[in-house]
Design a protein around this ligand. Structure first.
Ligand code: ZN
Length: 298
C-alpha cells in the first residue's frame, strides 16, 4: 500500500496541509501500517523541503518515506538537473519518478524526441539506483499513451525496468480508463515486464477503486491512493475503500488485519486535519476527461 495523501492528495481542491499537519498524518499512516508514504514533491515548494528535513528525525515504525519528482529535463544530465538534485537532497529511502508514456506528450509538451524521452527515463532511474535508493517509476498517462501507441508506451516501461526500477506504476492520470481496459492492459504487461507493477488511478469516471481492485486481480502488487480519495480534480483511489475490499473480499493481505479497525478513525483524523467535511455519502463528481485540467504530476 502506497499512500500519496501528502502529495497527490494535497493537489485536491480545498486541501492544504501545513508541515505540522503532514508530520501528524505521516505518523498516523505509519501506525496504520501503510508500507510507503509519499511525502511531497521537494522540487515544487519550500514546505515540502521542510517536511523532508524534519521527517528524517521522526521515528517511524515501518513505513518508508518517498519523495516525488520528474525525470531529468530534456537535454540535461541527471546529476545536473535541479529537480533530480532536490529529490536526492530529500534524503528519502524511496524516490518516485514520473515520466512520459504517451508519444504525443513527448513531442507536444516536452518538445523533445521519443528517443530522448527514453534516455531521460533510463538515466534518471539509473541515477537513483546508483545512489542506493528504491525507485518507483510512475508511468504518467500510461493507459491513454498505451491506447495511442502501445509499442512506444511499452518501450518507456522497458527503459525503466532495465535501468533497475524496483516498481513500475501504471498511472491513469486522467481517470478515464474502464475496468475492462485495466484487465486487458495488465494481462499483456504482466507477460512483458518483469519488474513488479503498481497502479495509480484517478477518479474522474468514478472508477478509481474498481480500477485499482481490477489491477490487483490482474497482477499489480502495489496500489497507490489517498485517504478519503483526496486528490486532483475528482480525486484518487480511496485507500479506505481499497484496503478492506482487497482484504475481506479478495483475500489479499494488504495490511495487518488489525489495521481495518483503525480505518474509520484514520479517515476522520485526516479529514479533520485537512479541514474537510468527513464523507457521508459518496459524491458523484464526474467531469469530462477531455476538459479536465491537469496541473502536473502523475
Ligand atoms: Zn495522480
Amino acid at each position: 500500500m502506497y499512500d500519496t495523501t501528502l502529495r497527490d492528495g494535497t493537489q485536491g481542491e480545498g486541501v492544504s496541509l501545513t508541515v505540522e499537519d503532514k508530520l501528524k498524518i505521516t505518523k498516523k499512516l505509519d501506525e496504520l501500517g501503510v508500507h510507503y508514504i509519499e511525502g511531497g514533491w521537494p522540487g515544487s515548494n519550500p514546505k515540502d523541503l521542510e517536511y523532508f528535513q524534519r521527517i528524517q528525525t521522526e521515528p517511524l515504525k515501518q513505513a518508508k518515506i518517498s519523495a516525488f519528482g520528474s525525470t531529468r529535463r530534456a537535454g540535461s544530465r541527471a546529476e545536473d538537473d535541479p529537480n533530480i538534485k532536490a529529490l536526492l537532497d530529500a534524503g528519502t529511502p524511496v524516490v518516485a519518478i514520473f515520466g512520459k508514456s504517451w508519444d504525443f506528450h513527448v513531442t507536444a509538451a516536452l518538445k523533445t524526441t521519443l528517443e530522448e524521452n527514453i534516455n531521460m527515463i533510463r538515466e534518471s532511474v539509473h541515477f537513483f539506483k546508483e545512489q542506493g535508493r528504491e525507485v518507483v517509476y510512475d508511468a504518467e498517462h500510461f493507459f491513454d499513451g498505451y491506447k495511442a501507441n502501445p509499442v512506444y508506451a511499452l518501450q518507456t516501461l522497458e527503459a525503466a525496468s532495465k535501468a533497475g526500477a524496483d516498481w513500475i506504476v501504471l498511472c491513469d492520470t486522467n481517470g478515464g480508463t474502464l475496468p475492462q481496459e485495466i484487465e486487458q492492459v495488465l494481462t499483456v504487461l504482466c507477460k512483458e515486464i518483469s519488474t513488479p507493477l503498481g497502479i495509480h488511478v484517478h477518479n474522474d469516471g468514478e472508477l478509481a477503486v474498481a480500477n485499482s481492485l481490477m489491477a490487483v486481480r490482474y497482477g499489480a502488487r502495489q496500489v497507490q491512493g489517498t485517504i478519503n480519495g483526496f486528490g486532483e480534480r475528482c480525486g484518487n483511489a480511496n485507500l479506505c475503500s481499497v484496503i478492506p475490499n482487497l482484504q475481506l473480499k479478495m483475500g489479499f493481505c494488504s495490511l495487518d488485519s488489525a489495521a481495518l479497525r483503525q480505518l474509520t478513525e484514520v479517515s476522520r483524523y485526516v479529514s479533520e486535519i485537512a479541514n474537510m467535511t468527513p464523507l457521508s455519502t459518496p459524491a458523484i463528481l464526474w467531469v469530462p476527461v477531455a476538459f479536465a485540467s491537469w496541473k502536473g504530476g502523475s
